[in-house]
Design a protein around this ligand. Structure first.
Ligand SMILES: *[C@@H]1O[C@H](CO)[C@@H](O)[C@H](O)[C@H]1NC(C)=O
Ligand SMILES: *[C@@H]1O[C@H](CO)[C@@H](O)[C@H](O)[C@H]1NC(C)=O
Ligand SMILES: *[C@@H]1O[C@H](CO)[C@@H](O)[C@H](O)[C@H]1NC(C)=O
Ligand SMILES: *[C@@H]1O[C@H](CO)[C@@H](O)[C@H](O)[C@H]1NC(C)=O
Ligand SMILES: *[C@@H]1O[C@H](CO)[C@@H](O)[C@H](O)[C@H]1NC(C)=O
Ligand SMILES: *[C@@H]1O[C@H](CO)[C@@H](O)[C@H](O)[C@H]1NC(C)=O
Ligand SMILES: *[C@@H]1O[C@H](CO)[C@@H](O)[C@H](O)[C@H]1NC(C)=O
Length: 920
């Protein structure tokens, strides 16, 4: 276990009470007719670019798109072209709506087609906490704490500020009317250009991402039709303006903050409306446009649960990186969900995925105490509460240990609270519920004092209320109880304070953990992203404090601009950027307790970026990441090279600095974050252990990595650490990462009753009851089956096939239920080779496919739409739309294990449903 893991900084999670027993109930089922986060029948198809077609006979100056469409027509495949891409070298292809999703495999078989991938939805950037308010001209500088801990202040002092560099921000748009973002739009201004791909009203209607969004009706109501225009202005969302300020805020502003690359030029690509999700074909469009417009850097503070490196936007982001531009993408804010839940397109193999480190300070405000002697009290808001005058305190309880203060309507004896500042203790019910009760008695300004859950931003809806620390609240409540004339005021200027963050300098707990399911090193590097003050749309307050990997990502984009300014914009510089950032980063501990291990590299990446050292490094160590992979594909012997690009001869010694080993599974399921750490580390040997390199010369180092011993493989321990190359003057490091288990042993399909109180997978009827025996369905509006399943781990391939009810087959999961200990597989059920041949899959006779999906992410354990998958058969149809004749059937579910071989029966998990009668 990780001793002294830091406390949660997410107040909303801290107050959520979890019901005992099962986490979900059948009433949580929502009758979705798609599985996963894809849009039905919509695909992105990649075709050969004209120049890649070896014999141009077929081409005769026609576009490869047109040849492809002709092939579709020849095969009588129904399709509609939604969009075309033509970026030779990056991506040539189309977005198609197919008449039948099952035609995807036929499309892939067409000559010249390289790939076909479903269009997936990406949720809006999650904002971990938001504090906004009016502009306060008197607030002092925050000391640029984020710039100080990363060496950006030293680069600014050298006059390096991003001059001549173009950064494309793919986000919610930017409010360039904010004077600190240049005040205007177009050539000559800070925001030189961009595009609005969507318009205000666009937004797939989901809050929680992935599965939740997939109700078909959301696609028919018109709000999801993008309305593009050339103006990326955003005055309704705000996220992109905050991102833009981290890169480019003008240094002369009321807070004296500045962008990391405040002299760089910005192109703003707006791909989110005022709220809601975006489909990834629009991300692809923005990426290709950003590349075409000559941006040196593209930055994306967005992502959706993915787990794999295969998504279209991930693949294209990686190709753009390969071309020598720098692409920075948020790692994600799903740290609480644990490991194996990485986000796309940050998963793009050569993109830079960015983790967040908490700022060392939190910019907050003080209130003044009157009537009794007391120091100013710090309250959790970046900007002063808009409250005038000095107001007496009224405490809703004089008991400073009360558990459920103001959770019930206040007593009749309560005075009119409109002339008071009301004091309430945190706990038991939501803040909004307390404040609603206070408001019922006229109270409109409330201080909530902490009960030990932690001092943080809180969710108070429209109410004027802030959190104060426990001791301050206890003091005010006791003074009130004693009848002292205690009152407070909220200075509108001069009361800003830099509150030291207890988690400052540590990896933000919300940072999503890597690696990907195919074992790529994600995130790459960390930057300040927790409690960041930056610009905001003028109508929304001009400045705001937000937290998220969304904030860390533009920081690295800004550092990338400084790198390009200092070293030139050649593709060679772009290609070594990640290596430079990783090998010079600062290692981050897992807590502030001495003796605790370093944070797992699966959450900190190679450490907190050190912009000054990265840009001025005269030693290039590469590769910067050594991946040993899992035990079944173990590569324990690796090499790296140390190249002296300086003017002096250097002597280095090599040492091993292990990080905590992440125990990514606990009790058969992925461990929630903070993921427990073990101090049992890998053993690493080097040859040579020290050496001298002359200017212009390189030294090769061979490394032998042996996984840690004494750990349980069933915990899927991910070990990681640093190989330090150092002398008294300088130090660099290479990172390594491996798994002390075989990924193939991870159980993909959850077959427990943990989540629903009854075993899944299961078939539910239209009222959400799980059926246990044969059942007939008429497929009217209230009588149809739904398949309910959870993925405990990502899978490269999932299929549901309709089979005969009396099929002779021994499935892994049903068998486990019956014979949990022995795991006997008696017969060889499906054998290889398998192919797209009809009527069977892996030699099991099937009647037709109900669903097929590749590279699916695992589920979370949270009931927000990501916790389980559901596929409702509201009509009796195969995946290709053909009607299933009346009769009796079962559904066979098969999921390929990670690293499994799709031609081997033993690499699939399988489950057979009860008999389903179709009586339509
Ligand atoms: C804010 O209050 C804290 C706690 O009393 C105090 O240490 C700090 O100096 C105050 N800052 C300002 C600017 O008043
Ligand atoms: C609460 O609202 C009322 C009505 O708008 C106003 O008169 C009163 O001053 C407000 N109280 C505070 C504490 O701001
Ligand atoms: C906030 O205020 C708006 C406008 O007055 C209202 O529509 C909305 O319901 C309020 N929200 C909450 C959470 O009270
Ligand atoms: C790890 O091994 C698997 C199985 O061979 C492979 O698919 C994957 O690409 C490897 N990952 C890396 C980062 O090399
Ligand atoms: C389903 O309907 C068929 C045909 O009417 C009937 O033979 C069968 O008994 C029914 N099964 C159940 C479980 O009701
Ligand atoms: C749907 O079919 C079921 C089962 O036959 C029946 O009980 C129910 O009344 C039908 N509902 C409607 C709306 O026709
Ligand atoms: C759809 O799939 C079913 C089951 O595999 C098959 O019998 C049918 O011919 C297919 N229909 C079309 C139009 O391809």
């Amino acid at each position: 276990m990780a001793p002294g893991m830091v406390s949660l900084v997410l107040p909303l999670l801290a107050v959520t009470s979890v019901a005992l027993g099962a986490k979900f109930s059948p009433s949580d089922l929502t009758r979705k007719t798609t599985f996963g986060n894809t849009i039905p029948n919509k695909f992105i198809v990649e075709v050969d670019a004209a120049q890649d077609i070896p014999t141009k006979r077929e081409l005769d100056n026609r576009r490869s798109h047109d040849i492809f469409y002709e092939h579709l027509e020849k095969r009588s495949l129904g399709f509609k072209v939604e969009k075309e891409f033509d970026s030779p070298g990056l991506f040539t292809g189309s977005v198609l709506t197919l008449d039948s999703a099952q035609d995807a495999s036929k499309v892939l078989a067409i000559p010249g087609v390289k790939a076909i991938r479903p269009v997936v939805l990406v949720p809006p950037p999650k904002q971990v906490h938001v504090v906004t308010g009016p502009d306060d001209p008197q607030v002092p500088a925050d000391g640029e704490s984020t710039h100080v801990i990363t060496g950006v202040d030293k680069l600014h002092a050298q006059g390096i500020s991003g001059k001549g560099i173009k950064i494309g921000i793919i986000d919610t748009g930017v409010d360039y009317t904010n004077p600190y973002l240049g005040g205007a739009f177009g050539p000559g201004h800070k925001v030189i250009g961009g595009y609005d791909f969507v318009g205000d009203a666009y937004g797939q209607s989901n809050q929680h991402c992935v599965i939740e969004i997939l109700v078909l009706t959301t696609f028919a109501d018109g709000t999801n039709t993008p309305v593009p225009d050339s103006d990326p202005l955003d005055q309704c969302n705000g996220h992109g303006s905050h991102v833009a300020g981290i890169i480019g805020a003008e240094p002369v502003n009321p807070f004296n903050i500045s962008g990391v690359a405040f002299d760089a030029s910005i192109n703003a690509y707006r791909i989110f409306g005022c709220s809601g999700s975006v489909s990834d074909d629009i991300i692809v469009e923005a990426l290709l446009q950003g590349a075409k417009d000559g941006n040196n850097i593209l930055t994306l503070s967005l992502g959706g649960t993915d787990g794999w490196t295969e998504g279209t936007a991930s693949v294209i982001a990686s190709r753009i990186s390969d071309s020598g531009r720098i692409v920075t993408i948020a790692a994600g804010n799903d740290g609480s969900v644990g490991s194996w839940y990485t986000s796309g397109p940050g998963n793009g193999i050569d993109a830079i995925s960015v983790a967040s480190v908490d700022n060392t300070i939190i910019p907050l405000q003080n209130l003044t105490v009157h009537g009794v002697t007391h120091d100013p009290i710090t309250y959790f808001s970046a900007l002063p509460l808009p409250v005038e005058g000095t107001l007496p305190i009224y405490a809703t309880s004089t008991d400073v240990t009360v558990a459920d203060d103001a959770c019930n309507p206040l007593p009749d004896s309560t005075p009119d609270l409109s002339k008071y500042v009301v004091l309430v203790r945190r706990g038991s019910c939501t803040f909004v519920q307390k404040l609603t009760n206070v408001a019922a008695k006229g109270g409109n300004v409330t201080l909530i004092y902490d009960n030990g859950n932690g001092f943080a931003g809180i969710e108070v809806g429209n109410f004027t209320a802030v959190l104060i620390q426990a001791a301050d609240g206890v003091f005010l409540a006791q003074q009130f109880a004693a009848g002292a004339p205690v009152a407070v005021s909220f200075p509108q200027s001069g009361a800003s304070t830099n509150f030291p963050s207890s988690t400052g300098g540590l990896v933000s707990t919300f940072t999503t953990y890597g690696p990907t399911n195919d074992f790529y090193f994600k995130p790459a590097v960390a930057a300040p992203g927790g409690n960041i003050l930056s610009t905001y749309p003028v109508p929304l307050g001009t400045f705001a404090v937000l937290s998220g990997t969304s904030m860390a990502t533009p920081f690295v984009a800004g550092v990338s601009a400084l790198l390009f300014e200092a070293r030139g914009t050649s593709p060679a510089v772009g290609r070594i950027a990640r290596t430079l950032f990783e090998t010079t980063a600062q290692r981050v501990p897992s807590s502030k307790t001495d003796g605790d291990p370093l944070q797992t590299l699966t959450q900190q990446g190679a450490g907190l970026i050190d912009a000054f050292r990265a840009i001025h490094a005269d030693v290039l160590v590469s590769p910067s990441e050594l991946i040993t992979n899992d035990t079944a594909h173990f590569r324990g012997v690796q090499t790296f090279t140390v190249k002296n690009q300086g003017k002096d001869t250097k002597t280095f010694k090599i040492s091993h600095v292990p990080a905590g080993t992440a125990l990514t599974f606990q009790g058969g399921v992925p461990a929630d974050g903070p993921v427990p750490l073990s101090s049992k580390a890998a053993n690493v040997k080097f040859v040579p252990t020290s050496f001298t390199v002359h200017p212009g010369q390189s030294q090769r180092v061979t490394v032998l990595i042996t996984p840690p011993t004494g750990l349980n493989a069933s915990d899927f321990p991910v070990f990681s650490g640093f190989l330090e190359i150092s002398n008294a003057q300088e130090s660099y490091h290479v990172t390594y990462l491996g798994l002390a288990a075989a990924l193939k042993n991870a159980q993909v399909i959850d077959n427990t009753d943990t989540f629903f109180g009854a075993k899944i997978p299961a078939i539910a009827d239209a009222s959400g009851n799980f059926i246990t025996g044969p059942q007939n369905f008429t497929f009217n509006s209230t009588d149809f089956p739904s398949l309910v399943a959870r993925l405990n781990f990502g899978t490269p391939k999932l299929r549901f096939d309709l089979v005969e009810p009396n099929i002779k087959i021994s499935t892994t999961l049903n068998r486990r239920e019956e014979d949990a200990e022995k795991h006997v597989f008696e017969r060889s059920l499906f054998s290889f080779p398998w192919g797209p041949g009809s009527g069977s899959f892996a030699s099991v006779k099937t009647l037709g496919s109900l669903y097929e999906g590749d590279f699916l992410p695992r589920n979370s354990d949270v009931n927000d739409g990501t916790g389980f998958n559901e596929l409702s058969f509201t009509t009796p149809t195969f995946a290709n739309g053909t009607t299933i004749p009346d009769g009796s059937y079962r559904i066979l579910l098969r999921a390929l294990k990670v690293t499994g071989d799709p031609t081997k029966e033993g690499d699939f998990e399988s489950w057979l449903s009860p008999v389903i009668g179709v009586q339509a």
